[in-house]
Design a protein around this ligand. Structure first.
Ligand code: NAI
Ligand code: MG
Length: 343
């Protein structure tokens, strides 16, 4: 049986870039079955108080993979919205790996002055189900001068060891483990122990450790030294935006939220719904298109994925891209340029 995917366009530029990813899909693999959940968005949340229903979740589970645009709208201020969609998907589907490759798109897009240091080619592996994003905590003495807000930073042996193990499995030469064990000792000690155990299981892979502040600096000053970087949910969130900027820009950065045990994945651009440019036609579709390529590569369509990657690079080489990458094309024209390169 063929590949069946669900698509969740979401909010803001989400539907704009996802429409273009689907146009690319139609060009490379028209046989893929697509189920679009276009009701899961801020409008539905504002009306009903719940955007992602149990029925939606069942449809997603019944498919092979999910392609998502972005979730978030300035009109919805409740944190329950993003938690109820994106975090619910990541947590309930146990998508414990958030994998974010960062490969230099074009030398002119690098913020680095030294040409010898520009060639970032790494993968940030972000823990995706625990850390600081579990919502465990609370507020005491609210509205008093003694108000105290606590967000627990949760690390479990199960959670930390499996994400570090994944980092070692996908590494080509080295895994750099990032934490803040000098200041956050309990989780830090657990990360360090899981790191040593995983390193022992993978003697062929070199390994190193950096504190997160130094890791952020090194991603900017000497990014070519990294192969795979593994970090907690919050640290990985931040480091992957840094890596995306060093690689050429947030608008082109893809990601995969994975459960390596089942092979199910939620693929999405790293960027959000960009309300500041939504509706203006300038959103870069390459992050969504590259996320589709990751989806295809993981689901038996290696050749099509490779063709999309090559086409993306050549459109950027020719400046046939959106303004954020130095081009002058609209969202739709930039995707059409990718499709033209595929032909
Ligand atoms: P953002 O990623 O949406 O935008 C940051 C900046 O990058 C903006 O100036 C935006 O115009 C620009 N940008 C982003 N994507 C672009 C693209 N494809 N082409 C050209 N420029 C692009 O992050 P922000 O502004 O912090 O968040 C906006 C909303 O998105 C919020 O509601 C936030 O919660 C949500 N969000 C959702 C994510 C998701 O669904 N995975 C991830 C990050 C944010
Ligand atoms: Mg982020």
């Amino acid at each position: 049986t063929g590949l069946r995917i669900t698509v969740l366009p979401g909010d803001g530029i989400g539907p704009e870039v996802v429409a273009q990813a689907l146009a690319v899909l139609d060009a490379v693999a028209p046989e893929v079955e697509v189920d679009v959940l276009d009701r899961v968005n801020a409008t539905t949340f504002a009306r009903t108080g719940a955007a992602l229903t149990d029925d939606d979740l069942a449809r997603i589970r019944a498919s092979d993979a999910l392609l998502l645009g972005a979730i978030g709208d300035p009109s919805v201020r409740s944190p329950d919205y993003a938690r109820g969609v994106l975090l619910r998907l990541r947590f309930e589907l146990d998508l414990y790996v958030n994998q974010r490759p960062a490969v230099l798109l074009h030398a002119r897009l690098s913020p680095l002055r030294d040409p010898a240091r520009r060639g970032i080619d790494c993968v940030i592996v972000r823990e995706n189900t625990e850390g600081a994003y579990t919502g465990i905590g609370g507020t005491l003495r609210k509205w008093t001068p003694h108000e105290t807000a606590i967000d627990a930073d949760v690390s479990t042996y199960h959670g930390v060891s499996r994400v570090i193990e994944h980092a070692f499995r996908i590494a080509r030469r080295e895994v750099c483990v990032v934490d803040k064990a000098n200041a956050v000792p309990f989780g830090g000690e657990l990360w360090q122990r899981c790191w040593r155990e995983a390193a022992g299981r993978h003697p062929g892979i070199a390994t190193s450790h950096l504190y997160v502040d130094v890791a952020a600096m090194t991603l900017v000053s000497d990014p070519t030294r990294f192969d795979v970087v593994v970090a907690s949910n919050a640290h990985g969130d931040i480091l992957s935006d840094v890596a995306a900027a060093v690689a050429g820009g947030l608008g082109a950065a893809p990601s995969a939220n994975l459960d390596p045990a089942t092979g199910f994945g939620l693929y999405e651009p790293v960027h959000g719904s960009a309300p500041d440019i939504a509706g203006t036609g300038v959103a870069n579709p390459l992050g969504a298109i590259a996320s589709l390529a990751m989806l295809l590569a993981d689901h038996g369509h290696e050749d099509q994925a490779q063709a999309i990657q090559t086409a993306i690079r050549s459109t950027v080489d020719k400046r046939r891209c959106t303004p954020d990458l130095g081009g002058a094309l609209t969202t739709e024209q930039a995707a059409a340029a990718v499709i033209a390169e595929l032909a």
